[in-house]
Design a protein around this ligand. Structure first.
Ligand SMILES: [Fe+2]
Ligand SMILES: [Fe+2]
Length: 313
């Protein structure tokens, strides 16, 4: 369980003051209640980090220094007792804060390692195909540029960057000859291609990431449409998050402006007109389309990333 920084600060202060109050109320520092002060120290080191743990340890040591060893008899503490206690408090804060910091860094490395492995798998999958090379990398770039233009919070842009990189990972389960087939797909082939959002969602169920649900939502729903005509769940309207809407627009734009086995790439102007008509028909998000059109037509944005050079970089 993790707390927000504000809540963690309030909890630490409350635990600290309560601990000091209990030590005083129960007769002084000669009783074992001084050990209660480890609670706010460890809590601060875990929730707020090493510096906060050290500050709490110092405050606990100073606070206890003001309480007599025996309140009723007015007997003061010895300097040795105060020093040993302060040293123990600081040691507890330092060890806990360092261990938690190390553990969290490892956790982030494992999370990033998984995301990078799956992204490498997607890159390799696309690099082997003349038509989809670099697709996911470009979609990720396009989607994050649109999200930034819409001033979404950086954490959401990061979720979108990862989700877009991984959105087609489920295509590992689609036979290559179907993906590269020139001409129309049969109904059965289309059914197989359309399993890729669900397969991708299942692959990512092993992902350990604080935003795993949002990433899986992007992967599972990037082919949904606002009017409910998409797949796999036929979600419509508000059930599609802002990030999913942006990803769908970026995905469609890149697919239209890239050559496919059964058709030539559309020109930029044709792609823009097609996106606008999809938004008009209520299938794609108006704001996301407008933002992309603005970026391409007014600001001259281009995304031409070669998958092989990306892999070498
Ligand atoms: Fe897809
Ligand atoms: Fe895609």
């Amino acid at each position: 369980m993790t707390f927000g920084r504000h809540t963690a600060f309030i909890v630490t202060s409350t635990l600290l003051l309560t601990g000091l109050g209990l030590v005083y109320a129960t007769g002084g520092t000669m009783y074992a209640f001084t050990h209660l002060l480890y609670v706010p120290i460890l809590f601060a080191a875990i929730e707020l980090g090493l510096p906060a743990g050290i500050i709490t340890a110092l405050l606990a040591g100073l606070g206890l220094g003001l309480i007599p060893a025996n309140v009723a008899a007015g007997e003061p503490q010895t300097g040795l007792a105060m020093s040993v206690r302060a040293f123990a408090f600081l040691a507890a804060a330092c060890i806990t804060g360092t261990l938690v910091h190390h553990f969290r860094r490892q956790q982030v490395r494992v999370q990033n390692g998984f995301v990078e492995s799956v992204a490498a798998l997607v890159n390799a999958l696309e690099a082997a195909d003349d038509f989809t090379g670099g697709h996911s990398q470009r979609v990720s770039e396009i989607a994050t540029t649109v999200a930034e233009a819409l001033h979404l919070p950086p954490e959401q842009v990061e979720v979108l960057r990862i989700g877009a990189m991984l959105h087609d990972v489920g295509k590992v389960a689609v036979p290559g000859q179907i993906l590269a087939k020139p001409g129309q797909l049969t109904a059965e082939e289309l059914r197989i291609v359309r399993t890729h959002p669900e397969v991708g969602d299942r692959i990512l169920s092993a992902l350990h990431h604080p935003q795993v649900e949002a990433i899986r939502d992007l992967v599972r729903h990037h082919h949904e449409r606002l009017d409910g005509s998409g797949y796999p769940d036929g979600l419509a309207g508000r059930k599609l998050s802002t990030l999913v809407r942006i990803l769908s627009v970026a995905d469609v734009y890149d697919a239209m402006t890239s050559p496919r086995p059964h058709r030539q790439a559309l020109s930029e102007a044709e792609a823009m007109a097609e996106l606008a008509s999809e938004a008009e028909a209520g299938r794609l998000d108006h704001l996301a389309v407008q933002t992309l059109v603005q970026l391409v037509q007014t600001e001259g944005k281009r995304w031409e990333i070669d998958s092989l050079s990306e892999l070498e970089a």
